[in-house]
Write a protein of this length. Structure first.
Length: 510
């Protein structure tokens, strides 16, 4: 703490919880934005005259800037101070959202989305690392990360509802403008309430070769998966992007071992626990992102739900996430090792996913989708909560920003992989099914039925793959993550090696 008198420490304790409100609000804005824009995309495309070939850039421009700059954003937070990075990130995100809402051309929209990604890459690691350095008591930390984890997991589904309401009853532009009040309130609150502990900045000069190599490597990787989804895995450009990404990221790792002040100190990721959690969360996100997409299509295209009704259909998953994160995770994180929450959490989510493999055209929401959503939410909320907390536990304060950025990076890359990979599996299975069955369809209604059956067949094939991903994530956690539970005292600092069950060692995706 910057002040050491009892009174000021007491004030800081009270302010931590006030600060959590504004940090959570900012996190909700970022997570909402990921889904809310997708709902508005068809209307925006028509208004701005964006071609079908270019419409992907509304999503891709954001993803490339956000994914490519996360490590840089985390390092800037460590250099400037997390509070300053947080407020600047919020202010920039609001300005970029205003530009997007006022867009008159496709190019203006793409530019606004890229700017949102740039400031999001500064904002997201700053938010998570602020929690890491402000909440050092184990029980307080468990509660704070429970709330944060619930928002990180469930906010996307709220975006479906809000996006549907705004698009249907107002205008697609409000899906951008709605970010502005979120950002202004969060920035003002953070400016006046947050008191960042001193001594946690990393004032070393920026590792410019590391910045360049990591940014280009991550951009190539994310764009490679985006291209794979639209142009196929064997496309020359797609393969070239993956090769370039591998070369750049290997060069980045080599560079980080040799420079005096690396962008990503390898001690952050080589810890057994932390590495295991980065990997398991990335794999779990692969499963989740693709499945959200399929469920949205299933409910809207196959079942005929409106965007608003689809959003409300996701509410049970939000409820499950909140219970898993704020009740199960928060209550047990200080009593049992993290793997005993994360492993079973991923398996419960896999059980929910397994129910979705039974989807058919006539499947009932109440008997199939509803229980699946509840299990998915409960499992992921229980698993994400300790993962978010342990991502930065025991990391040296000067590394908190880049450790937090690695959470977001694993989520972002996992999301890009999940969307491309599961879409490819689904599309291939759908094409194969229609080819095998269309000959028996002698009338137009029967042909339409075969096409819908083919779509559902494609979804369930991809969901089987998602089940396997969640089981793999559980296996990685059980194998690699050996941290003890977080005791009731202050959490460890340093790199955490050798810490016993009384205090959790560092570990830990969004």
């Amino acid at each position: 703490m910057s002040e050491t008198t009892p009174a000021t420490v007491g004030t800081a304790d009270a302010n931590r919880w006030k600060a959590l409100v504004f940090i959570a609000l900012a996190q909700l804005m970022v997570v909402l934005d990921a889904t809310i824009v997708n709902i508005a995309l068809p209307s925006a495309q028509q208004d701005l005259g964006i071609s079908d070939g270019n419409r992907q850039w509304v999503v891709t421009a954001y993803a490339l800037a956000f994914g490519g700059l996360l490590l840089f954003g985390g390092r800037i937070a460590d250099l400037w101070g997390r509070k300053r990075a947080f407020v600047v990130g919020l202010t920039g995100f609001a300005a970029a959202s205003a530009l997007g809402g006022a867009a008159t051309t496709g190019a203006m929209m793409f530019g606004a989305r890229a700017l949102q990604g740039v400031f999001g890459a500064l904002l997201a690691p700053a938010a998570l690392s602020l929690l890491a350095v402000m909440f050092t008591d184990a029980k307080e930390r468990a509660k704070a990360f429970g709330i944060y984890g619930a928002i990180a997991g469930g906010g996307g589904a709220v975006g479906f509802i809000l996006g549907g309401v705004l698009t249907e009853y107002l205008d697609w532009r409000w899906t951008f403008f709605v970010n502005i009040p979120f950002a202004v309130v969060a920035a003002l609150g953070a400016y006046f309430v947050i008191r960042e502990p001193e001594g946690g900045r990393n004032r070393n000069p920026l590792d410019l070769p590391g910045v360049l190599l990591s940014t280009l490597g991550l951009v190539s990787l994310v764009y490679g998966f985006t291209r794979a989804e639209s142009d196929g895995w064997g496309d020359t450009t797609t393969v070239s992007l993956f090769v370039a990404s591998a070369v750049l990221l290997i060069a980045f790792v080599v560079t980080e071992t040799r420079v005096k002040a690396p962008l990503l100190p390898l001690r952050v990721v080589t810890d057994r626990n932390r590495g295991g959690i980065y990997l398991s969360l990335g794999i779990a996100i692969i499963a989740m992102f693709g499945t959200f997409l399929f469920l949205t299509y299933y409910l809207q295209v196959i079942k005929g739900y409106s965007p608003i009704k689809t959003g409300f259909a996701f509410l049970p998953m939000i409820a499950g996430m909140m219970v898993g994160s704020t009740q199960i995770g928060t209550r047990l994180m200080t009593r049992v090792p993290a793997r005993m929450l994360m492993g079973p959490g991923f398996l419960v989510a896999a059980a929910g996913m397994l129910l979705l493999t039974r989807l058919e055209i006539g499947s009932s929401y109440a008997s199939t989708v509803l229980p699946a959503m509840l299990l998915l939410g409960l499992g992921m909320g229980t698993a994400f909560m300790p993962a978010m907390s342990l991502a930065t536990l025991g990391v040296e304060p000067r590394d908190a920003g880049v450790a937090s950025a690695m959470v977001n990076t694993s989520q972002q890359v996992g999301g890009a992989i999940g969307t491309a990979l599961l879409n490819t599996i689904a599309a291939s299975a759908t094409t194969s099914y229609i080819k095998d069955h269309i000959a028996t369809a002698t009338s137009k209604p029967k042909q339409q039925l075969v096409q819908m059956q083919g779509m559902v067949h494609g979804y369930t094939n991809a969901i089987w793959f998602a089940v396997g991903m969640l089981v793999l994530a559980a296996a990685i956690v059980v194998t690699l993550v050996n941290a003890g539970h977080q005791g009731a005292g202050p959490v460890a600092s340093g790199d955490g090696e050798g810490v016993e069950d009384e205090v959790a060692v560092p570990v830990i995706a969004h």
